[in-house]
Ligand binder design. Structure first.
Ligand SMILES: Nc1ncnc2c1ncn2[C@@H]1O[C@H](COP(=O)(O)OP(=O)(O)O)[C@@H](O)[C@H]1O
Ligand SMILES: [Mg+2]
Length: 409
């Protein structure tokens, strides 16, 4: 652990320099200087990684040689091969005086490439060394952008993967609709992993302002510096931006996403007086729980209609059983019983339950059973108590679980 923290802070040190370089680039730094500095920062990151992995390299090794040393026996490092090649290609173009072979906006590409290498290394460092402290979704976060290294477990239920891929293909904004705890977030994490795109998640709440999304000026020493918000970062870097429970945010906050949802895909940043065009890989995804809404708090039809709507619900019993088994590491017999009981409990919705038993609650109950609680105890604390304050409804729910776990009296 100590070593991984050292690794992460060493990488973050380089990241600070990359961001400083980005500011110099914005201020008009010449391309040759920028490329030299960029290649050096990329090499610095690889040297840090090589040292952490105890891999030898020559003291005069250039960027590609460093990369070759790193990839030896660890093919996943192929992910950053093209990034390293890209930087070397720019360098060679400049040396050969072939500026005509450079892509459009090479300056911005240099910064983008460096950020990508950093993000991958940083995510990898967290993932591999900090496994124990990572969330169960196996996400690694750096600087608001999250890149998923390991595949997040997701059991498809219907055609959702195909539909999402089609929407992604056209970069259409997507709305995931469905009750709490039915797999919306997990699905999106899985898709971000498949697409190898970083993910930025914003949990929306009523105090969320448009500055929280877009960015604000901060005072640093006696300077004011602009700091991009998560939405702006995603728009610039080509990440998937997930606005979770969007209805919770105020309407004036919701309108900032409108220009991103039409074909122009741009984001006006009022405070900077600029409008930025989204990176080609940027995608906007929102989640929405139709059960919660009141007339006062609903998405405006004009907002909803800008999205492709995908309906989610609790999975069919066989699928949900596999999910509970896997996520709670539990045996099939008890997982089946939990899912069957949930099926019955969900029918109580009309009796005044605001929320029904979610897949997440079943997983919690399963995990507590595996941890040694008896079935009814586990179901009470993981499922029933959070769901209702009404003693009669609670008793009705407990009765259902009792029939599926008769051994517990
Ligand atoms: N189809 C699925 N495949 C794998 N895990 C799932 C699936 N659906 C739900 N889960 C599990 O249920 C939990 C809650 O799902 P989540 O995506 O957080 O719900 P939501 O975002 O809809 O509130 C997840 O952490 C995951 O363990
Ligand atoms: Mg969620």
């Amino acid at each position: 652990m100590t070593q991984s923290i050292g690794l992460i802070s060493a990488l973050d040190g380089v990241h600070v320099r990359i961001e400083a370089l980005a500011r110099q680039q914005a201020a008009g730094m010449a391309l040759p200087q920028l490329v030299v500095a960029g290649v050096e920062e990329a090499a610095a990151m690889l040297r840090i990684m090589l040292a952490a992995e105890h891999k030898p390299y020559a003291s005069d090794a250039d960027l590609l040689e460093l990369w070759r040393a790193l990839v030896k026996g660890a093919p996943h490092w192929n992910t950053i091969r093209d990034n390293c090649r890209e930087l070397i290609f720019y360098q060679n173009c400049l040396i050969a005086e072939r500026a005509d072979a450079l892509p459009a906006q090479p300056e911005r590409m240099v910064i983008h490439t460096l950020r990508h290498i950093y993000l991958y290394l940083r995510s990898h460092a967290e993932q591999n060394n900090g496994d124990k402290v990572m969330s169960d979704t196996k996400m690694a976060e750096s600087n608001g952008l999250r890149l998923l290294i390991d595949e997040p477990f997701y059991e498809p239920v219907a055609n959702e993967v195909r539909v999402f891929m089609a929407a992604w293909g056209r970069r259409l904004p997507v709305m995931l609709k469905g009750p709490t705890g039915c797999g919306k977030t997990r699905f999106l994490e899985h898709m971000a992993w498949r697409l190898k795109r970083p993910l930025v998640t914003v949990a929306c709440h009523e105090d969320l302002t448009s500055s929280d999304l877009v960015g604000r000026f901060l005072i640093e020493g006696n300077e004011t510096v602009w700091q991009d918000g998560p939405l702006t970062k995603a728009v610039r870097e080509g990440a998937i931006c997930y606005l979770d429970e969007i209805v919770e945010a105020r309407t004036d906050t919701t309108v900032v996403i409108h220009p991103l949802t039409d074909h122009r895909r741009h984001l006006p940043i009022e405070k900077l007086g600029v409008e930025i065009t989204a990176h080609p890989d940027f995608m906007l995804v929102i989640s929405y729980n139709p059960g919660y809404q009141t007339v006062l708090k609903d998405l405006k039809p004009s907002t909803k209609q800008r999205f492709v709507g995908m309906n989610f619900n609790y999975p069919p019993a066989a699928v949900e059983t596999r999910i509970v088994m896997k996520e709670a590491s539990m045996d099939e017999r008890r997982a089946r019983a939990l899912v069957a009981a949930a099926g019955k409990a969900r029918n109580l919705k009309d009796q005044g339950l605001q929320e029904v038993t979610s897949t997440r609650a079943l997983i919690y109950a399963g995990a507590l059973m595996v941890a040694g609680l008896d079935a009814l105890e586990a179901c009470t604390v993981a499922i029933i108590n959070p769901q209702t304050d009404d003693p009669e409804l609670a008793e009705a729910l407990l009765e259902i679980f009792r029939t599926f776990f008769p051994e517990q009296g």
